[in-house]
Design a protein around this ligand. Structure first.
Ligand code: MN3
Length: 245
């Protein structure tokens, strides 16, 4: 039996060897315009889901320029590169992006790096955008109970998630995940590795790639993580938690 937590920590030995293409021109969505929520995940070819709020909706915590670059260029590049990998590997077709990353070891070795990095990038960001947006000041319902049971208090959880986010060396993510026994745990992943690959359901996350914060916060990742808590959509996250089996 594989120790999944150890596996998750060790998943990221190999850094991405694939350069991101950066050819997409930022989409000209007027500031302040409301955007429809993203549709249910579709099989490839994949498309960039629109932000479920305006680019400036998270100001001043997350600035609009960073949101444009992060969503329109970085996330779009993962989508483009994943589509190229699916086009080149018949085995990957007909799957949702979550199915691709959850079953990483099922794919041909030649396609695995692309699924892990580009598929992971698409899955992680598609998960992440709707968890932001200022809904509610605290978790509710089953998620509130799970956080209290594990960490004792919301403040203690926030301290521990912050510490985890600051501990990621280089690029990666800090997560609150739901385990198969319905309890929660904090995990970190390097690069674009997804908790789905080891069977954990993401509940909420902090993207600690420098592209998330460098324009506004430069090297001050701690300030960025503090700002993250100001724009975390607890209502959405709490609602999703109850639905994750
Ligand atoms: Mn990112």
């Amino acid at each position: 039996m594989i120790d999944r937590r150890t596996a998750l920590k060790h998943l990221g030995g190999a850094a991405s060897a694939l350069a991101l293409t950066d050819t997409i021109v930022a989409r000209a969505l007027p500031t302040g315009q409301a955007v429809a929520a993203p549709a249910a995940p579709l099989v490839g070819p994949f498309t960039l889901p629109p932000l479920p709020y305006a680019y400036d909706a998270l100001e001043p915590s997350f600035d609009a320029e960073t949101m444009h670059l992060h969503h329109d260029k970085h996330h779009q590049a993962y989508v483009n590169n994943l589509n190229a990998a699916v086009a080149a590997n018949q085995e990957l077709s007909g799957k949702t992006v979550d199915e691709l990353v959850a079953n990483l070891n099922s794919w041909p070795e030649s396609a695995r790096t692309a699924v892990r990095n580009q598929g992971g990038g698409h899955a992680n960001h598609s998960f992440w955008w709707p968890t932001l947006g200022r809904g509610g000041a605290a978790p509710s319902g089953e998620l509130a109970k799970a956080i209290d049971a594990k960490f004792g208090s919301l403040a203690s959880f926030q301290d521990k998630l912050t510490a985890a986010a600051l501990s990621v060396f280089g690029s990666g993510w800090a997560w609150l995940v739901k385990l198969p026994d319905a309890t929660v745990a904090i995990e970190t992943t390097p690069n674009q590795d997804s908790p789905l690959t080891v069977g954990y359901k993401p509940v909420l996350a902090v993207d600690v790639w420098e592209h998330s914060y460098y324009l506004k916060y430069q090297n001050r990742r701690a300030d960025y993580v503090k700002a993250f808590f100001q724009v975390l959509n607890w209502d959405h996250v709490s609602g999703q938690f109850a639905q994750k089996a």
